[in-house]
Design a binder for this molecule. Structure first.
Ligand code: ATP
Ligand code: MG
Length: 540
């Protein structure tokens, strides 16, 4: 059990010594399943049922089921390169579906169970998926859409129950039970397409980011560093995030399996902070990925957990308030990381290798070249704000947007991938995230990132959740407007509005205080838990 990062004592030494080792032929499914069976097997998944019952899955169990599923796909006429949708919550079947798709040379398309019919029709139609693996709840959403999805020829349902299946629909248990439990994996190049992951759709229509098999290897430094030289003996990984998100799939499930570390699979119908703390302790979770939204909810609980060795967070700004709270609640420092579906886990922290600066997202992870660039594509000097960019080639970089060469071309200036995020780099190479291009607020000549103001407001005891946007203003271009969800039992009064405005004025700066505050019952969020600020802007 060894990671790819050299275990050296300083960030710079690790960064300088690391070299990618990407073989010409590589298959994600083989790497996360066959390789461990050949090496003596081991515990791969702990499936925790709703009633708390735990079922253990070894790598050989996953491989046998994935082989059966591969044989079912073959018999169903699903060929290499065809798209296989995976519409399932955290479960062994999700891992099996992915392993089977990769070993089959198909392209897996993870989909959130939370998606409604429109979101599913858009994604399945966009990639012309020919197979879908789902549960009964997913099937009920898809059944009325079948006329609109002519490419879809095979649907497998994991929990069909009793009764005959309609044409083109198979009951997972019956189909896998009748199939042989061995199957050779196809031989894939590391650069062959493996997966289409749709972006979160925070700024507009989601885009299908096509990734090659090498993307798993590309994620390893960005998993190993924030989890301080992951893997270590005894490690055990869990995230409440859905495995359909790149953050669940490639920051947790697949890298853990790759390293032979067991992953805990549990379906939380509704995220309950107290239950999450109890779950972590009961199952001896050592490694966590907790996105800021989950941390904000857990912050409302008084519980703590002490089994944890490492916590990563990303997807949105973490902020100093959550960092401080996290140290008290878990006894460890939360290491933030940064990336995007197109090019994930490129920047982040490891508090044991270098001090975490509150407000900074971290330093470039080993193997990645990250800079802040100007409109001409030139890297800017420290302290100058610009676009955060990642240099290619990079194994974690996408192959392109599915069927959208124009959008792919627009994503680059020369060899720099434009993240669409604004930030600045400091003398020590820390990236300071300011905001998405569209979220940066221009007010009275200042450029203001919403994250800093949100972090400040979160420190106020009345505030549970907050989102800050720019509201058009004839005099100042924009004014800062805050949408606030109060903690239960707190009354919204004009006095509280004034107090919150003062709170920001005193801690940040006069020009950053929210001139308008709206108290709201909840905030619009993507399935990945990201605040959709464009919807709040539209509310005015
Ligand atoms: P879309 O591209 O469809 O609008 P999206 O950008 O939210 O959606 P993702 O690829 O899931 O889709 O998210 C990546 C984005 O999330 C980044 O570009 C950045 O804006 C934000 N992000 C990720 N990590 C962090 C972080 N640590 N701090 C601040 N923002 C982050
Ligand atoms: Mg994006």
């Amino acid at each position: 059990m060894a990671g790819v990062l050299p275990r050296l004592a300083s960030y710079q030494a690790v960064y300088d010594a690391f070299r990618w080792s990407i073989p010409a032929r590589f298959n994600i499914g083989v790497a996360v399943a066959d390789a461990h069976v050949a090496a003596g097997d081991g515990l791969a998944l702990l499936e925790v049922a709703a009633d708390g019952d735990v079922r253990e899955w070894r790598f050989s169990d996953l491989l046998r089921a994935a082989s059966r599923l591969g044989n079912v796909l073959e018999a169903g006429g699903i060929g290499r390169g065809e798209r296989v949708g995976v519409l399932l919550a955290q479960s062994p079947e999700t891992a099996i579906a992915h392993i089977a798709a990769y070993r089959h040379g198909a392209i897996a398309v993870p989909l959130f169970g939370l998606f409604g019919p429109e979101a599913l029709e858009f994604r399945l139609g966009n990639c012309a998926a020919s197979a879908l693996i789902t549960d009964r709840a997913g099937y009920e959403k898809i059944a009325p859409l079948r006329a609109q999805l002519p490419a879809l020829k095979l649907i497998l349902v994991t929990d069909w129950g009793s009764g005959a299946t309609p044409p083109g629909v198979l009951d997972w248990a019956a189909a896998l039970g009748a199939a042989a439990d061995t199957r050779a994996a196809v031989d894939t190049a590391a650069d062959d397409p493996a997966v289409i992951i749709y972006t979160s759709g925070t700024t507009g229509q989601p885009k299908g980011a096509l990734h090659a098999h090498r993307v798993l290897l590309g994620h390893l430094p960005g998993v190993e560093m924030p989890h301080h030289f992951f893997p270590e003996a005894g490690d055990r990984f869990w995230t409440p995030a859905d495995w359909a998100w790149i953050g669940g799939l490639f920051d947790v499930l697949l890298p853990s399996l790759y390293h032979g570390i067991p992953v805990v699979a549990h379906r939380m119908s509704k995220f309950d902070p107290d239950a999450a703390f109890a779950f972590i302790t009961r199952h001896g979770i050592r490694n966590l990925f907790l996105p800021p939204t989950a941390l904000k909810l857990m912050r409302t609980s008084t519980a703590t957990a002490r089994s944890v060795r490492s916590i990563g967070s990303g997807g949105e700004s973490l902020g100093g308030e959550l960092l401080d709270w996290g140290r008290a609640a878990f006894g460890v420092t939360i290491n933030e990381f940064y990336g995007q579906t197109e090019c994930n886990l490129v920047v982040g922290n490891d508090d044991r290798l270098f001090p975490v600066k509150p407000g900074a997202t971290g330093r470039a992870f080993p193997g990645h070249r990250v800079a802040v660039i100007g409109p001409d594509g030139q890297a800017l000097p420290p302290g100058t704000p610009g676009t955060i960019a990642v240099h290619r080639p990079d194994p974690v970089m996408f192959l392109g947007y599915w069927n959208n060469p124009q959008a792919t071309a627009a994503k680059f200036i020369g060899d720099w991938l434009l993240t669409g995020d604004q930030g600045a780099i400091d003398e020590e190479g820390y990236i300071h995230f300011v905001g998405r291009d569209d979220d940066v607020i221009t007010s009275g000549g200042y450029r203001i990132g919403p994250g800093e103001i949100e972090d400040c407001l979160l420190k106020h005891p009345a505030v549970s959740l907050v989102a800050v946007v720019g509201k058009p203003d004839p005099v100042r271009t924009e004014i800062v407007k805050a949408f606030i969800v109060l903690k239960p039992g707190v009354a919204e009064t004009p006095a509280l509005t004034a107090e919150l405005q003062d709170f920001v004025r005193q801690r940040l700066a006069a020009h950053e205080y929210p001139r308008e505050i709206a108290f709201v019952p909840d905030l619009p969020m993507t399935a990945t838990g990201k605040i959709i600020r464009k919807d709040l802007r539209a509310r005015g």
